[in-house]
Design a binder for this molecule. Structure first.
Ligand SMILES: Nc1ncnc2c1ncn2[C@@H]1O[C@H](COP(=O)(O)OP(=O)(O)O)[C@@H](O)[C@H]1O
Ligand SMILES: [Mg+2]
Length: 375
């Protein structure tokens, strides 16, 4: 029997739970063509939420098309244009000839070349006329032109959007995007990403082009109360059982991280013949920690001693990180070194400084540091 849990993939269908309020808000935004900016640490459920909202919005409005673009691996402005054109064309055309003709009409000065390749007839796209940067207007307005022509509405969803901050001359590029996109009448944008500091810098800094671009949604974790009914029903559907207290234990051990909750649930499910026993949870958690230990050790070895000492204090639950006794106990030179180390660890997404207190982004890494590495 296959596991009823999903992790590391989009959580869809009955594997997607809660997020009702955020989802309703995003569906409204999509149908009203309001721009949305969605920010959370990785693995909290952005991609899954965007997919779910897209499906619902498309059901509500039959003239709405939604295209999805992930720019995690996109390294340059040029590549961005190719991907954008490809995603807009494929989501608004049903046939290859239709796509070719739209490309010829709306992107003529860039002399586009389309090629179809395996697998699954995927279309890839390039421009003959380079650099595209000097003729980018056509690509940036492509979605609006096609939407006008076909009397459609379009939402362009771009995942890992903070990647654009790594292109050459990122501010000029952002200014160019914004100047086009803000004129679009039939197209809205949903821009989301996991690098929270980069995302907030792009969207909440009044000096930057994307300031007040759309509605900013800072995604929270799913509240713990929602997990037991979800896990219990997944066990029940597959002829197994688990108690509410045991489910709460799973959520507690993984600090409500949705990815790890699903992963640990699956590991517990694997160990359960019929009825889950507490030892199975302890054992599964142990192997979850062990499975990450190699990576965690490698990561820790890239950090300086000061950065490691700071992590030590944080996983011990210290809040007053710059008090004299803490500095001494953890071998931290002075408050300036603490600030510097903290900044680096935040930039590396190891620490999260968005709440009232600083926390570790990865609960399994935190557990490993506390109970194994520093023990
Ligand atoms: N609404 C949800 N319901 C159940 N599990 C979820 C939900 N959102 C996320 N998850 C879990 O977290 C994992 C990561 O979700 P994902 O949407 O890829 O996050 P992100 O895009 O923020 O990195 C999923 O594979 C799934 O295990
Ligand atoms: Mg994602």
């Amino acid at each position: 029997m296959r596991s009823p849990f999903v992790f590391g993939k989009i959580a869809a269908g009955s594997c997607f739970m809660d997020r009702e309020q955020e989802c309703a808000q995003m569906v409204d935004n999509f149908c009203n063509l309001t721009n949305t900016v969605l920010i959370s640490p990785r693995r909290w459920g952005k991609s899954s939420l965007v997919r779910r909202a897209s499906e619902r919005a498309a059901e509500r409005d039959k003239q709405l098309r939604i295209c999805h673009l992930d720019i995690f691996n996109v390294r340059s402005e040029e590549e961005f244009y190719e991907k954008l054109a490809e995603c807009v064309l494929t989501s608004t055309s049903s046939r290859w000839e239709e796509m070719m003709s739209a490309a010829r009409r709306y992107l003529s000065s860039l002399m586009p070349v389309l090629s179809v390749g395996d697998p699954q007839n995927s279309v890839s796209f390039s421009f003959t006329k380079k650099p595209v940067r000097n003729n980018a207007d056509e690509v940036l307005d492509l979605a609006e032109r096609i939407a006008e022509e076909k009397k459609l509405s379009l939402v362009v969803c771009i995942d890992e959007f903070q990647q654009i901050a790594c292109f050459d001359d990122p501010e000029a590029f952002q200014a160019k995007l914004r100047s086009h996109w803000q004129l679009h009448q039939r197209v809205a944008y949903c821009l989301y990403g996991s690098r929270r500091h980069m995302m907030t810098e792009i969207f909440t800094n009044p000096g930057k082009p994307f300031y007040k671009f759309g509605q900013n949604i800072f995604l929270d974790k799913i509240a713990r109360v929602h997990w037991p009914p979800f896990i219990i029903s997944k066990f029940r559907e597959t002829g197994k059982s688990i108690s509410e207290v045991q489910c709460l234990k799973i959520a507690e051990l993984t600090e409500d991280n949705p990815y790890y909750i699903q992963q640990l649930s699956e590991m517990v499910w694997n160990r359960t013949a019929q009825v889950c026993e507490d030892e199975m949870i302890a054992d599964a958690f142990q192997s979850l920690v062990e499975s990450q230990a190699g990576l965690n050790l490698a990561l820790t070895q890239t950090l300086t001693i000061t950065q490691q000492n700071l992590l030590h204090a944080i996983v011990d639950g210290v809040v007053q990180l710059t008090s004299a006794s803490v500095l001494e106990k953890y071998g931290l030179k002075n408050s300036l070194t603490v600030q510097r180390a903290k900044k680096v660890l935040v930039r590396l997404d190891i620490l999260d400084d968005f709440g009232r207190v600083i926390t570790m982004e990865d609960p399994i890494y935190a557990w490993w540091l506390r109970h194994i590495y520093f023990a």
